[in-house]
Design a protein around this ligand. Structure first.
Ligand code: FES
Length: 159
């Protein structure tokens, strides 16, 4: 058995208590500190770059858009172009709002509490309980994309 001083015992006990408190309170580990919800998608119309700036057949993560006043806006979105059709998915985790990461297989993983979503946004692993929503999007005459985050579409019927 290891002999420890009273001071070492107190320090180790307090450190263990801190870990338990962090886990109990659902706190995030230090490495997830910069994964805090960075951007609210908001509910106003958002304008994204022109459709032809997105590669065909794969999701592109978008973090900047223009709001309805034409001002820069931080967003958490993924744009999927399929030839002349386009779909937009939220990349804001439905658990506590962290930005999910796109994986090579097209699924999404949240770096905060490790929720996983398939390529359609459906929850594969909690703690998130709700799917990532797809939003209504249209191509303007200018070619820009206009996203309405207040209107969701069923992933099964998205373009
Ligand atoms: S914010 Fe908790 S799993 Fe994404």
């Amino acid at each position: 058995m290891r002999k420890i001083s009273r001071r070492t015992f107190l320090v180790e006990t307090l450190q263990a208590a801190g870990v338990v408190a962090l886990a109990t309170l659902g706190g995030r580990p230090a490495w997830a500190k910069d994964e805090t919800p960075a951007a609210a998608t908001g509910t106003g119309l958002l304008t994204l770059n022109k459709l032809d700036t997105y590669p065909d057949g794969k999701v592109v993560i978008v973090t900047e858009a223009r709001d309805s006043d034409g001002k820069p806006a931080k967003v958490q979105l993924g744009v999927l172009r399929q030839q002349n059709k386009v779909s937009v998915i939220s990349t804001r985790c439905t658990h506590k709002g962290c930005t999910v990461k796109l994986r090579d297989d097209g699924s999404f993983r949240c770096p905060c509490h490790w929720a996983r979503f398939d390529a359609s946004g459906k929850v594969l692993r909690g703690p998130a309980k709700e799917s990532l929503p797809w939003y209504t999007v249209k191509v303007l005459e200018t070619g820009d994309l206009q996203v309405d985050p207040s209107q969701t579409v069923d992933p099964a019927v998205k373009p």
